[in-house]
Ligand binder design. Structure first.
Ligand code: G4P
Length: 525
């Protein structure tokens, strides 16, 4: 095995995803703590009131207690290098999440034991299926009264079509969480809480005799359920997991660090390492080829004292060395990497080298956009990250016309970062572009950032559209004449988008003009 293949094989690049409140921030802390990236829970990722470094770069985040930015946390565990790519944690399903998922090899889906499948859980499972990302499911908050484990498995299977294959099974329910049976190791493990969950939970391995004597009935019941799972064939199957047909399931409580070590072990043992990524021609690029990387996120002004623009790049092949001069595939221009960093919230460290699976933050990345490729040596380009289907459309207008220039610049920047898409039409003119997003919170972000970073107040008005379809130059004039339809050019790529008030309106138009070109944007599929 080459040195690069060896390095890649010990990488695990993943995201923790969930419906809000299922415990993503808590899990991030717990993982980092377990892996000794930090010494005290809470120091990595905080919400309002906690010690946080991720969330306090932006007032809006503080006010709402949400995390808008995302970056990657690196830590080592059992000789493996983990890159935990953070996804935004707010209630909106955001375009950022799609992009982050383009950078990972595996996802950990958190479910709240009492709530099971929630709306965003389902949506995220769908996105993972679409992108063919294997999912490990972690049923969290098992320390609290919740649902039956078997019932939760049924729900996962019914709603996602994935076969759940528990690799740990909880001993005890409803606030009496004693530990787990590790089905792969064939062990019973008891957890003992440490005060406040501030340090790793204490794990004690029990022999069946000890488990029976010390835990009793709850253990016997768990054992029976485990036997049942074996009987019905719910065993981990690596091929099915990687083919996105099954999801390994673990049980735990991130808050008291129960089950988190087992999750990390599962990541080492079964989560896929970086593999050759197909380029635009569909040819997988071998890991040993010269450096190539995919920009999956661009973020400006993350830290007011830095005032910079960082592009987050997932290394796809080769070895990255700080100082390399790469080529930006979209423009053919050189890109110097003198300032390469790992970024997590406000913590930054210089990165000197990186391997497939790693995430690097490149500073001064003015020309880079999400979806761009950087490479060394012969040209290579990866497919663009599929653009999401916006469902919310607002017009933006500058309040003080003397700030028009800053307004234009600010909107351009938000578009470049992919915060919103910008749509224009002759009818509406340049002064009031239409902003499009998957979730309405993106508009708050634009407003807040224009005020904070460009000193420009804007007014936003909601438009009565909820559906966008791609169209062409022939269909556009016909569409523009229909009631409840407007046609725009997306400035980023020149695509023509027809906006409809709703699905019903679109069907009506199609009934009268069946030859019109109206194609769904990718995220609809
Ligand atoms: P999120 O990032 O997915 O939105 O969730 P977050 O980690 O903030 O967790 C949401 C709430 O659930 C928090 O409580 C958190 O403490 C709690 N929680 C997370 N994991 C567990 C767990 O394993 N067991 C129990 N019992 N609770 C858990 P909060 O009251 O909203 O916030 P806080 O005041 O505790 O910070």
């Amino acid at each position: 095995m080459t040195a690069i293949a060896q390095q890649a094989a010990r990488r695990r690049t993943f995201a923790v995803i969930s419906h809000p409140d299922a415990g993503k921030s808590t899990m991030t802390e717990a993982l980092a703590l377990h892996a000794s990236a930090i010494t005290e829970a809470g120091a990595v990722h905080g919400k309002a009131g906690r010690r946080g470094v991720t969330s306090d770069w932006m007032d809006l985040e503080k006010a709402r207690g949400i995390s808008i930015t995302s970056a990657a946390l690196r830590f080592e565990y059992r000789g493996h290098m983990f890159n935990l790519v953070d996804t935004p944690g707010h209630a909106d399903f955001s375009e950022d999440t799609y992009r982050v998922l383009a950078a990972v090899d595996c996802a950990v889906m958190l479910l709240d034991a009492a709530k099971g499948m929630e709306p965003q859980t389902l949506k995220l499972f769908e996105v993972c299926r679409h992108r063919r990302i294997p999912v490990i499911t972690f049923i969290n908050k098992w320390d609290r009264p919740g649902r039956e484990a078997l019932e939760l498995l049924d729900e996962i299977e019914e709603r996602t079509g994935l076969r759940p294959t528990p690799i740990t099974w909880p001993i005890g329910t409803g606030g009496f969480f004693h530990g787990v049976i590790d089905r792969i190791a064939g062990q019973s493990v008891r957890y003992t809480r440490t005060p406040g969950g501030a340090t790793k939970a204490i794990e004690t391995e029990l022999t069946p005799e000890q488990a029976l004597a010390e835990i009793g009935e709850d253990w016997e019941r768990a054992k029976e359920e485990v036997d049942l799972l074996t009987e019905i064939g719910s065993d981990h199957d690596q091929k099915a997991f990687e083919a996105h047909e099954s999801t390994p399931v673990l049980f735990g409580a991130a808050l008291s660090n129960f089950g988190v070590g087992r999750l990390l072990d599962a990541m080492v043992d079964i989560a896929p390492a970086p593999a050759p990524r197909p380029d635009v021609k569909g040819d997988p690029r071998p890991l040993e080829e010269p450096f190539s990387g995919l920009v999956f996120k661009v973020q400006a002004n993350m830290d007011p004292s830095h005032r910079d623009r960082i592009a987050f790049v997932r290394v796809c092949s080769g070895r990255f060395e700080r100082g390399m001069v790469l080529t930006h595939a979209a423009t053919g221009r050189p890109f110097a990497t003198k300032y390469a960093q790992s970024v997590f919230g406000q913590e930054r460290a210089t990165i000197d080298e990186a391997f497939p699976g790693d995430v690097i933050g490149l500073v001064n990345a003015t020309a880079l956009r999400p979806g761009d490729t950087l490479y060394d040596g012969p040209a290579v380009e990866f497919p663009k990250i599929p653009s999401f289907a916006p469902e919310h459309f607002w017009t933006a207008r500058v309040r003080d016309s003397s700030r028009s220039k800053q307004f234009r610049k600010g909107i351009e920047q938000m578009e470049g970062e992919g915060v919103v898409q910008v749509l224009r039409s002759d009818i509406r003119g340049d002064q009031s572009p239409v902003l499009a997003a998957v979730g309405p919170m993106q508009f708050d972000v634009v407003k807040h950032r224009l005020a904070g970073e460009f000193n420009t107040e804007i007014a936003l008005d909601r438009l009565d559209f909820s559906l966008a379809r791609l169209t062409d130059a022939e269909s556009a004039p016909i569409l523009a004449r229909q009631r409840g339809v407007e046609v725009f050019t997306r400035t980023l790529d020149g695509a023509l988008l027809a906006l409809f008030t709703d699905e019903w309106r679109m069907r009506g138009v199609l009934r009268d003009h069946p030859d019109l070109v109206l194609e769904p944007l990718l995220a609809d599929t």
